[in-house]
Design a protein around this ligand. Structure first.
Ligand SMILES: [Zn+2]
Length: 74
């Protein structure tokens, strides 16, 4: 399940929520309780917030294919 990051435009707090793509995006801020406060940050996932772990993982995945085909050659 993808994790979405939201930022409240009123109090500036950020939160991350695990949601299905089909779930409705959140709009109410749990901190300041304002409605329509949350802005969903487009690039989700945690790269920004949790350091490099996620990013490296992702990179390794996408870089995996060419390596394999290279191995298959030899
Ligand atoms: Zn807020």
């Amino acid at each position: 399940m993808p994790i979405y990051a939201y930022e409240c435009r009123f109090c500036g707090s950020t939160l991350e929520v695990e949601q299905r793509m089909t779930d409705k995006p959140l709009s109410g801020c749990p901190k300041c309780k304002k409605r329509n406060a949350l802005i969903r940050l487009v690039q989700p996932v945690a790269v920004h917030f949790h350091g490099s772990g996620f990013h490296v993982n992702d990179y390794a995945k996408s870089g995996d294919k060419p390596k394999k085909s290279e191995k298959a050659k030899t």
